[in-house]
Ligand binder design. Structure first.
Ligand code: F0G
Length: 384
């Protein structure tokens, strides 16, 4: 952080006030806008082997968007920010961990990677493997992966296999394959995925100057909540940035961490978190407890309502990504949380364009009118 002499304003390194930015010499401007990805910015804080060879798509550095109107709609009296992870290169937060996992795999001369996925990990693994020239194999639950994710995995050239089973079944299979074959596992069981995902916590602290009071986020396989908690603790040890309370949110039909036991047949409209047996269950429960937060479940209706509220404020996220806001709304309504004067960050993990069908299925087709000015004017003026 830099304190400006004239105004006393503290701002993150690399960001200039608009006027100084416009007036800055070109050379300085280029240095300031250059950004080289999470390994470049935070690699020194990550536990990664020396043999790692950086493979990046300039992931990270995602916007932390102030949401004052949404905060008011939820009751007001607190500061709300959305960490919009849908702005990563493949449209989800997975890219932060994937750059590190693939870089490590390339460093030890892996030729192929494999993962199980509800979709986003698959697209991310496929993109970074393509970047590195590796073979990518992804195993997904048949018919339960949103169109934008499946299309991504295919576009990036992954070998996509659907199984007649769930994400949890797919994860068991890829673990077995990776034990028997020289194929690197890039699910969040891979510790380098967690190392990379910690960088989101670092960015939030760098932008706010400290950790928020509360962090809310969706929980599926539980790698992300585990990483955020690791990241916030590490930054606090280094820079005394404080620790947030964490509100992890699962979908009611897929809520093993709330129920206290695995769910055999998980179901939810938020297919990204349709997971019955999270790989990082213990770490997620520890993060909730140690942070004096909790993990709760919300219904599909609450998730879709939160998705609509976010979109009505200009931020379109996929259903799972709205779970954090849905959980926050539920806790506020039930008066289980007091946010007066507090700072809250909701992590929106994936872009709305990942799952267009959710919107398209629910919408009525846009009206078709003749190609005439009077028809258009009548339609528009009639609604004034
Ligand atoms: N949000 C989105 C959009 C996701 O894709 C996922 C997980 C999560 C939240 C939950 O994160 O698993 O770290 O607790 N998606 C994985 C996948 C499972 O295969 O893409 P988590």
């Amino acid at each position: 952080m830099i304190r400006e002499k004239s105004s006393g304003i503290i701002r993150p390194e690399g960001i200039l006030p608009l006027r100084s930015y416009f007036n800055a010499p070109l050379q300085l401007k280029e240095r300031l806008v250059s950004y080289a990805g999470v390994l470049s910015r935070y690699g020194r804080l990550l536990e990664i082997p020396d043999y790692t060879i950086p493979i990046t798509l300039l992931e990270g550095n995602t916007p932390l968007i102030p949401m004052p109107r949404l905060a008011n709609e939820l009751g007001g009296g607190f500061e709300l920010y959305v960490k919009f992870e849908g702005m990563n290169p493949t449209g989800s937060f997975k890219d932060r961990g994937m750059t590190v996992a693939i870089s490590e795999a390339v460093g030890r001369r892996a030729k192929a990677v494999i993962c199980a996925s509800t979709g986003n990990t698959a697209a991310s693994a496929a993109a970074y493997a393509a970047r590195a020239g590796l073979r990518a194999i992804v195993i997904i639950p048949q018919g339960k992966v949103a169109a934008g994710k499946l299309a991504g995995a295919i576009a990036y050239g992954a070998e996509v296999i659907q199984i007649e089973g769930s994400f949890d079944d797919a994860l068991n299979l890829v673990v077995e394959v990776s034990k028997k074959h020289p194929i690197a596992l890039v699910n969040s069981l891979n510790p380098y995925r967690l190392e990379g995902q910690k960088t989101a916590a670092f960015e939030i602290c760098d932008l706010l100057g400290s950790a928020p009071d509360w962090l809310c986020l969706p929980v599926g396989n539980a790698g992300n909540i585990t990483s955020y908690w690791m990241g916030f603790r590490q930054y606090h040890r280094l820079h005394t940035t404080g620790l947030p309370q964490i509100l992890g949110v699962q979908a009611a039909g897929s809520a093993p961490l709330v129920l206290g036991h695995p769910v055999e047949h998980p179901e939810t409209v938020a297919t990204a978190i349709r997971i019955g047996k999270p790989a990082r269950a213990e770490e997620a429960l520890a993060a909730a407890e140690e942070s004096r937060g909790r993990i709760i479940a919300v219904s599909d209706e609450e998730i879709l309502a939160a998705q609509r509220m976010l979109a009505a404020n200009g931020v379109w996220v996929e259903p799972a990504s709205a779970a954090g806001i849905a959980g926050l709304a539920r806790e506020l309504q039930a008066r289980r949380i007091d946010l007066r004067g507090r700072k809250v960050v909701a992590v929106c993990t994936g872009h709305g364009m990942k799952d267009p069908d959710i919107i398209v299925r629910a919408m009525t087709n846009p009206k078709v009118l003749p190609n005439r000015y009077d028809a258009i004017e009548k339609e528009i003026a009639g609604k004034e």
